[in-house]
Ligand binder design. Sequence first.
Ligand code: 5AD
Ligand code: SF4
Length: 440
Amino acid sequence: MIYYINTYGCQMNIHESEKLAGMLEELGYTPCAEEKDADIILFNTCCIRETAEQKIYGHIGTMKKLKLNNKNLIVALCGCMTQQEGVQSAIRSRYPYVDIVLGTGNISMLPEAINKVRANRKNKVFDESYIKGSEDAMPLTRTSAPNAWVNIIYGCNNFCSYCIVPYVRGRERSRSMSDIVAEVKKLVAEGYKEITLLGQNVNSYGNDLGDGTNFSKLLNEIGKIEGKFRVRFMSSHPKDLTQDVIDAVRNNKNICNSIHLPVQSGSNDVLRRMNRRYTRERYLEQIRAIRESLPDVGITTDIMVGFPGETEQDFQDTLDLVRQAEYSSAFCFIYSRRKGTPAYSMENQIPYVEKQRRIQLLLKTQNEITKKLSSQMQGKVYEVLAEDINPKYPDTYCGRTENGRLVNFRCDFNPVGQFVNVVVEQARSATLWGRAVKED
Ligand code: 5AD
Ligand code: SF4
């Protein structure tokens, strides 16, 4: 019995696919390299932007042919797209060959659902709810060693006016601190070298537990764990990132000097209408405080262009903020209209061509900054966690610096999974090139 998983979307989904793989392997399934060989094909979906959704529907459509060739093939859908209004009925009517639909919080039902379908091929299991707690305590097949993902909080309470996530992933649910610390300890003992703590807004961690737990306390506990490893976390909401978190990053040597702080827009009017609950001035002040506390920090962000009513001046304000913040990199998005969100019905939706013009300008602006920061790294030595053989140039390796920059480098032994010192020799825009050097 063989499985294949298609993963769309963010790190959260990549990690959820590791849970899906873990459950399938417990049932006796093994992975394969090509969809056509599989007995079960899973789609771990994402609905944050329309482009992803269209791609997924197109891909599900191709299952019809595979099903004709293999009557026993099981097709299952999970992930946040399945919890959008109307998706279930659309799947039932347009894609009748889908056997299983699960939500984001009840993926632990997968084995039961598969058994039902296997018992009688006419059975279908459609249950897209999210249920507190059922996200945890399931087998895992980790796929990104030496890196490992750890969920700390599920869901989101923020209701940014453009965003579908709070509707499809439910309210915030924190895992217990002892569970998280135990998981990180186990991963370190197993040899994982970089642990990324995941949440839509990690800074809300603990708010729902009501026992005084918070994110900086969690970081300080994780910081006490012995061993040579790194910790990262994402994402932080600027309205909730507090100095005690920045201090925890500074005071714990295992926690990386790296902060992902999505700004979304540099215009106060747009930020207000996005319901982000901070101003550009407060955000820039936060950046200044982070840089003061954490020299050599890498700050990254998410930015959106073309939010309804975004004027040319609003957009210029975003470009100006990007220049001031000096991000080492930025995920830049075109606003995507999501049904069910307040921004969906806002007036003055921006035409596609204009959104395209803005994103090109934004990308150009950020590239110039990345280039400038890269050239400042030239000639310096950085500790890099070697993650893999470089797929494009197999005689080189790739890894990341503590502040999150990707480096390709030569090394006269295979360093994958180890920390190595690398001197940066060439800075080509986003990618840095170098060679491993011996420690003093
Ligand atoms: N359109 C475009 N980008 C979006 N994001 C969230 N919702 C939308 C949307 N409707 C982006 C935000 C967020 C990142 C994960 O995805 O920038 O930080
Ligand atoms: Fe969406 Fe805002 Fe929650 Fe992030 S914080 S998941 S952008 S609602």
